[in-house]
Design a protein around this ligand. Structure first.
Ligand code: NAG
Length: 410
């Protein structure tokens, strides 16, 4: 049989259509950005279903593009597999960029925009732990996305327990979570530490899907006037092999030189588990487990002038006075303005919506150092105005009400 030109044309058209469907159905998804250890270092991370000939971020520069090459790794959980691409680029702080991620052969994503966080300038942050994409968590996401637009948020800090769990249902819960964070996390750096819910398969989802600095478990970075230190609190309780090297890392970051202190006068540590909290339901977490963390960290935090320690794990909001070994240390500690605190303030922000209702705070037996708390769904907004003034707000999900606020002045 003779195959006529019309049929060949139809075949060619069909092949082209199928090729373009395959290409477009494998365009980059789950795009998110994170900070590196130095100001202006940004890592772009995204997924495709299949390997691509190249992995690139291109950044608009006038009317052309600057190309930055990266690497890829494969991700596999039963029938669910991805190629995860990652590119690290040095950019200028406090500068807005247009970028696309993808591949010269298979195509790039649509144009996305990113504001690289400022260095030694005012900066705002969203902070929270223990967040799922189920209903209450989804409402927090809606509110936080609005805040990110309105307040020019420089980074989101998720202090462990992501998605409940990233690994659930062949890691498709992780896919839903990554798709939920993309609308914000493609332009606001998303910084995380690992909670107990990340532990399955040796933190496989946590380590594969995200690009945090250093070894991804404990690391440091700066934004505005703040030096942040992320710690891996599971190491104090069950993964003690990691403890000696982590402790020497923590000491080296806390023991900063004078130049670092001058540039970044605020020192904020975050980790998943609490050091100070009050809860009947989480009596162990706030009791003997918190005591283990205190034993290792509290003297160091106090000697080296940590301003805030921020954690999740307990599903509500709690704020302490400046406290050391259970004793409130500063005269102005009982109000909403802390003047020249002599020890860290401990904040639990684990109540934006997890896999469960929030826990009750134990007010009947409340210690002196517990100043404020909220059991409704909330998340935190931190404004670091300058070298001397920091302002914290705890916002309720769904109604934008501020349920607690305080200043630290030094
Ligand atoms: C720091 O910010 C606070 C709050 O906006 C302001 O009252 C204070 O004057 C500022 N200090 C300096 C030195 O700019």
């Amino acid at each position: 049989m003779l195959v006529g030109p019309a049929i060949i044309m139809k075949l060619v058209v069909a092949v082209i259509v199928i090729a373009s469907i395959v290409a477009s159905s494998d365009s980059p998804v789950q795009v998110h950005v994170a900070l590196g250890s130095n100001p202006g270092t940004i890592t772009f991370t995204w997924n495709t279903r299949y390997t691509t000939p190249t992995t690139y971020v291109r950044i608009a520069s006038g009317s052309s593009w600057l190309y930055y090459q990266g690497t890829f790794r494969s991700f596999k959980d039963s029938s669910n597999s991805w190629i995860i691409h990652s590119v690290t680029v040095q950019l200028n702080p406090d500068t807005r960029y247009q970028y696309q991620v993808g591949c010269q052969v298979n195509g790039f994503s649509s144009s996305l925009s990113l504001l690289v966080p400022s260095d030694q300038a005012p900066a705002n942050f969203l902070l929270f732990g223990d967040l799922s994409t189920a209903q209450d968590g989804a409402d927090s996401w809606t509110d936080m996305n609005d805040n990110a637009k309105d307040y020019l948020i420089q980074a989101m800090i998720h202090v462990g327990d992501l998605a409940y769990d990233l690994s659930s249902k062949s890691s498709t819960v992780g896919d839903d979570f990554m798709a939920t964070i993309q609308p914000t996390a493609h332009y606001v750096p998303y910084m995380i530490c690992a909670g107990n819910h990340e532990a399955s398969d040796n933190y496989y989802n946590y380590l594969q899907r995200f690009d945090m600095p250093n070894n991804k478990f404990y690391y440091t970075f700066t934004i505005g006037y703040v030096r942040f230190l992320a710690i891996h609190t599971e190491a104090f309780l069950s993964e003690t092999d990691m403890l000696p090297t982590m402790m020497s890392y923590i000491k080296s970051v806390l023991n900063r030189n004078d130049e670092d202190k001058a540039a970044y006068p605020w020192l904020i540590v975050f980790g998943h588990r609490p050091m100070y909290c009050s809860s009947k339901a989480k009596a162990d977490a706030c009791g003997p487990e918190a005591d283990v963390l205190k034993q290792y960290l509290e003297p160091l935090f106090t000697i080296y002038g940590v301003d805030l320690y921020i954690n999740g794990h307990v599903h509500n909001y709690q704020r302490t006075a400046p406290v050391y070994q259970g004793i409130v240390t500063s005269g102005s500690a009982y109000g909403d303005v802390y003047m020249y605190p002599k020890s860290p303030i401990y904040i639990t922000t684990g109540g934006p919506g997890s896999d469960d209702t929030n826990s009750k705070i134990d007010w009947t037996d409340a210690p002196d150092w517990l100043i404020a708390g909220e059991e409704d769904f909330t998340f935190s907004i931190l404004n670091v105005y300058n070298q001397t003034h920091l302002y914290w707000e705890q916002q309720k999900t769904k109604n934008n009400k501020i349920t607690d606020a305080f200043w630290v002045v030094k």
